[in-house]
Design a protein around this ligand. Structure first.
Ligand SMILES: [Fe+2]
Ligand SMILES: [Fe+2]
Length: 172
């Protein structure tokens, strides 16, 4: 049991323990792709609920975060695959690390092996992680999707036609 605890803490090391207290949805967090913005607003809702949970609601809040992340990350992966997003691997790696931590804490919580403090630490770790991820990785994906949807043809052609077409375009 102590081994499990150590592992959970290691996965969440080096974050702002008070991050959940200041996590709030605002227009400043909009990235311009509406379905992604909706998912991000939901992220804020479920993580805030997790940060505010008590012993009676902790398991339900953990499950809500897990369900949310599976859908949120699954949808982003679909978008990346469909639009051939270039930085896909790095983005998906980060999702997987976060998901692994949530799955682990949820599993341990169901077995009664983590306390409320650990659950609240997880909420803080998620709240600390999210703005950075959204700013650096999700914003790039949102811009990429919008480019592909509205006049993004040059980007698509460039990738599909290969190096010589890319050089022609540069020369033009
Ligand atoms: Fe996201
Ligand atoms: Fe993401």
């Amino acid at each position: 049991m102590s081994h499990s605890h150590a592992h959970v803490h290691a996965a969440q090391s080096g974050f702002d323990e008070h991050a959940a207290e200041t996590l709030a949805w605002s227009d400043a967090m909009l990235l311009g792709h509406a379905p992604m913005d909706d998912a991000h607003e939901e992220f804020v809702v479920v993580v805030r609920a997790l940060a505010a949970c008590n012993v009676a609601t902790a398991l339900g809040c953990l499950q809500a975060v897990e369900d949310h992340l599976l859908a949120h990350f699954g949808t982003e992966r679909e978008w990346m695959e469909r639009t051939e997003f270039p930085a896909m691997e790095c983005h998906l790696d980060e999702h997987q690390k976060v998901l692994d931590t949530v799955l682990e804490v949820n599993q341990l919580a169901k077995a009664g092996e983590v306390g409320l403090r650990d659950v609240h630490r997880l909420a803080a770790a998620l709240a600390d992680w999210f703005p950075k991820h959204a700013t650096y990785l999700d914003s790039a994906l949102s811009a990429w999707i919008n480019k592909r949807m509205h006049g993004g043809a040059p980007v698509i052609l460039r990738r599909d036609l290969g190096t010589s077409a890319f050089q022609e375009e540069l020369a033009a």
